[in-house]
Ligand binder design. Structure first.
Ligand code: SF4
Length: 336
């Protein structure tokens, strides 16, 4: 596997990171477009300045099989988020983080060095990919870290694992850098997004973002060993009692992207954190079967499914940052 960013010179990648960093000065890194100066003590919706906080960096086996291979993904779980999902299973690090947001200039530089070192450590552990998890609000910091890591020998492809609330201009800076995009398309309905994740215009922004990712890398391709090479794999979390949103999301992917884009239908919803009374249960077998039937009807060529009983449903515990996931958190797959 050759990482896309290795086709850029070290200087080009460095310049790309510098260009991205400039966006922090009047932040429009994500669609909230808060226009605060994150380089100068201000914070917006995500609450983060320019120091990069990573809650956990781990060899992870809970992603879809072409990403896991034999040695897993080296995931960096970013602190904070640009969504506020009431039911977030990572709420300990996405919403209840307590890190000091602002470092001195040297602490900020050090945070990029530390993140670079974490990526290099994961490479030494033998993972197949580096995964950036919930990266949308810190892309400039991650690019700075990648540039440093590449200079010190990082060679692994990058997975961009996102809630899809991404700004197009930010994604454009990732062209030729990110190999694999994992956009989770959550809602097809504005009001649902506002009520459950406290954000505006999610359907428009997330769909534009997914189309931009698809333009950059196309559908996910897989090598002879079953390992992902490059492309987009779309995820969708099926929510209890919200199948209309599932249907509309699957239609968007099949008809406006392509049915050749692999689809991962996630059944792992559990009512945690501040889940509302309308979402106070797991999904039923019938709901999941309906979602699968629709995916087949729409002609998806590759589906990744989860067993309703799988241990992947065990919640992560980020109070154990070195090992927040259950050991047997694997997914089942089905190709159709
Ligand atoms: S990343 Fe998004 S939420 Fe955070 S300050 Fe910038 S525009 Fe606002």
């Amino acid at each position: 596997m050759t990482a896309a960013y290795l086709d850029l010179s070290e200087k080009e990648l460095h310049q790309r990171a510098d260009q991205a960093y400039e966006i922090y000065r009047s932040c429009k890194v994500c669609p909230h477009a808060c226009e605060v100066d994150r380089t100068n003590g201000e914070t917006g919706f995500c609450g983060q300045e320019d120091t990069l906080h990573i809650s956990s960096s781990v060899q992870h086996f809970g992603e879809e099989p072409p990403l896991v291979g034999s040695n897993g993904v080296g995931n960096l779980f970013v602190t904070a988020c640009n969504l506020r999902c009431d039911y977030c299973q990572n709420y300990q690090i996405s919403q209840e983080w307590s890190e000091k947001t602002k470092g001195t200039k040297s602490e900020t530089e050090e945070s990029y060095q530390k993140t670079a070192s974490a990526m290099l450590r994961l490479q030494e552990d033998g993972v197949h990919f580096i995964g950036w998890v919930s990266p949308s609000h810190v892309v400039p910091g991650l690019l700075k870290s990648l540039s440093l890591a590449r200079e010190k020998g990082l060679r692994l492809p990058i997975i961009y694992n996102t809630n899809s609330y991404d700004a197009i201009e930010t994604l454009k800076l990732l062209e030729g850098v990110v190999d694999i995009y994992l956009p989770d398309l959550k809602y097809a309905d504005h009001e649902m997004a506002r009520q459950l994740s406290h954000i505006k215009s999610y359907p428009e922004f997330s769909r534009q973002a997914a189309l931009e990712m698809f333009r950059q890398v196309g559908p996910l391709s897989i090598d002879d060993d079953g390992l992902a090479k490059k492309g987009v794999l779309v995820r969708h979390l099926v929510l209890p009692g919200q199948l209309t949103s599932t249907w509309e999301t699957l239609c968007f992917v099949a008809l406006e992207m392509s049915a050749s884009v692999p689809l991962s239908l996630m059944s792992q919803y559990r009512p945690v954190h501040k889940a509302s009374s309308t979402l106070d249960r797991a999904i039923t077998r019938d709901e999941y079967d309906q979602a699968i039937a629709w995916a087949n009807e729409l002609g998806f060529e590759s589906l990744f499914l989860q067993s309703l009983e799988s241990k992947v449903h065990n919640l992560p515990d980020f109070s154990s940052p070195n090992n927040p996931f259950p050991l047997d958190s694997t997914r089942n797959s089905l190709n159709v």
